[in-house]
Design a protein around this ligand. Structure first.
Ligand SMILES: CC(C)(COP(=O)(O)OP(=O)(O)OC[C@H]1O[C@@H](n2cnc3c(N)ncnc32)[C@H](O)[C@@H]1OP(=O)(O)O)[C@@H](O)C(=O)NCCC(=O)NCCS
Length: 190
């Protein structure tokens, strides 16, 4: 049985059940606190009956800077999943799905066009997870993790940029059926 609530700064002492996973990035403290301060409703944790953090999701709301508004890569107002992770012993219980659904509710409440995220092409379990929730590949970002990853135990790799349209996107104009064919470089991602 998990309890879901907003992230609190003291949770930073209690993330290791989740963050020991190699697919889960560990960031600087200031990075977590920036999400806590700016997007508190998009930073949710799941805790077990002993108060251990067994899952969390970090997200944000944004659009590309105005200077790029005429670029083909411009991203309109959307929610972004920066991290979602569930401790190995608590997987396949629906916790990741509930955390993601909570973020999608916040995305709709904030009139976002879509929710997006980046995932390693080799992270087949996470890709299956996202697909089960209605996400699809929008584009491939070549060598995305070569420059961005803080985890040097994983090798350089392409990312799938995956998306799920939100209620605002009635005509489904922000998703693609054949997104695996669209490759971009990390410099095209803002
Ligand atoms: C991806 C992750 C967050 C999924 O969390 P979870 O709580 O285990 O997922 P859920 O139990 O909510 O699964 C929902 C559905 O997703 C799919 N799914 C989840 N894990 C899966 C797996 N290992 N293989 C295939 N499908 C999977 C299933 O359809 C599942 O429904 P079902 O259990 O009824 O079949 C978890 O595996 C994880 O923390 N992985 C390591 C960190 C990571 O890769 N994060 C994503 C980085 S982008």
């Amino acid at each position: 049985m998990a309890n879901f609530r907003r992230f609190r700064p003291d949770d930073l002492n209690n993330l290791s059940k989740c963050n020991l996973d190699p697919f889960t990035e560990t960031y600087d403290l200031s990075f977590y606190l920036q999400y806590y301060a700016k997007w508190p409703s998009l930073f949710q944790v799941a805790e077990d009956q002993d108060g251990n953090i067994i899952g969390y999701i970090m997200g944000k709301l944004e659009s590309s800077p105005d200077v790029y508004q005429f670029s083909e890569h411009y991203l309109p107002w959307h929610a972004h999943i920066t991290a979602v992770t569930v401790a190995p012993e608590a997987r396949r219980l629906g916790i990741g799905k509930l955390l993601t659904q909570q973020l999608e509710v916040a995305a709709d409440a904030n009139d976002a066009w879509f929710v997006d995220l980046f995932v390693r092409k080799s992270n087949h379990k996470a890709i299956a997870f996202y697909k089960s929730m209605g996400y699809s590949v929008f584009r491939v970002v070549r060598d995305y993790y070569g420059d961005h990853s803080s985890d040097r135990t994983l090798s350089s790799e392409d990312a799938y940029d995956m998306r799920k349209p939100m209620k605002r996107d009635v005509k489904r104009k922000h998703i693609r059926a054949d997104g695996e064919k669209y490759e971009v470089d990390p410099c095209d991602v803002w």
